[in-house]
Design a protein around this ligand. Sequence first.
Ligand code: GN1
Ligand code: MG
Length: 365
Amino acid sequence: MKDLSTEEILELASHFSLEGGGVSAEPFGNGNVNDTFLLVTDCGHRYTLQRINHDVFKDPVSLMDNFARVTQHLAQKYAEGQTTLQTLVLVPALDGSSYLIGEHGNYWRVTEYVPGGLSLEVPESREHAYEAGRAFGDFQYQLCDLPGNPLIETIPDFHNTESRYHAFLRAVDADPCQRASEAADLISFAKENEHLATLIRYADFPTRTVHNDTKLNNVLLHETTGTGLCVVDLDTVMPGCVLHDFGDLVRTAACSSEEDEPDISKIHFLPDRFSALVEGYLCGVQDLLDPVEVEHLAEAPQVITYELALRFLTDFLLGDTYFKVKRPGHNFERARAQFQLLRSMQEYAPQMKSTVSSCLTAGPA
Ligand code: GN1
Ligand code: MG
């Protein structure tokens, strides 16, 4: 998407019901898909302004309908005292709509900025991991009685690992950028682990409303107390499987480094963070889970780590068209880092299983 000047962004922002007029708009956060700006007005009010990537999200209108339903439901739960987690608050456009269509058919939205929140790339403590687990568990629990029809699938087959594997094989065969030889070791490792592509299939688990993008940096933790404050990045909230949420949180919060760490000797699984995540998640999710879901908690992180590695590798092979890249080879480094994390998780697999069992036996913290 074309880069916009600050003036153009502020002009767009002026079509929303803001307190004051926009004076600055700086790029914000670490999203790999949408463009996010921190918007400040002349009376000091802060907002988050986002351009929805409609190459990725093909139906932004339905996406925004999901967004409005989810945030209204969570706000009601908060008001009733059923959760301590805040939710994002949409700021309407001047015409009352939840979004604005700008030039080139881009969709924009504004939410209130959430003050006092930390967004971490790597966990700083066991307590942070516990709170992140509790927050995403609570998020799933609060949404189990979302009224009305199921949410629209904003990206169909999003966590269909098997179809991600087939897309990867097609990319290897096509090799449009002649990058497959450079990635030969990663391609072999991906093929050796093909069994992970079918370990968790949607059809074998209850369909629930889940987040689907539970990276650690998508939950804000209170900057002084460290407690869960607000779950953010709601574009992929849709029907799915709880295990992908739990797995993706472990992928990012029980790892020693960021997901694109170029030095693989620094990447390893952190078992103490994992046990904190299990404890926190089981506390937040209360009695929601069926036995079949609980039985797969220990394996889910491997599956999702594998899936992300496949997605990064596929994007590398296809010429970096999906994820934003900051440097040449960025997707290659991401894929290599995820495969390294997967190797480390595989060494800890028996311990992960016993951690889940002992957390279940110990009961609520
Ligand atoms: C993307 O944009 P961001 O960082 O919130 C991606 C996730 C990946 C993540 C990896 C819609 O999320 O699935 O896990 O990058 N979102 C989409 O960093 O594809
Ligand atoms: Mg996201």
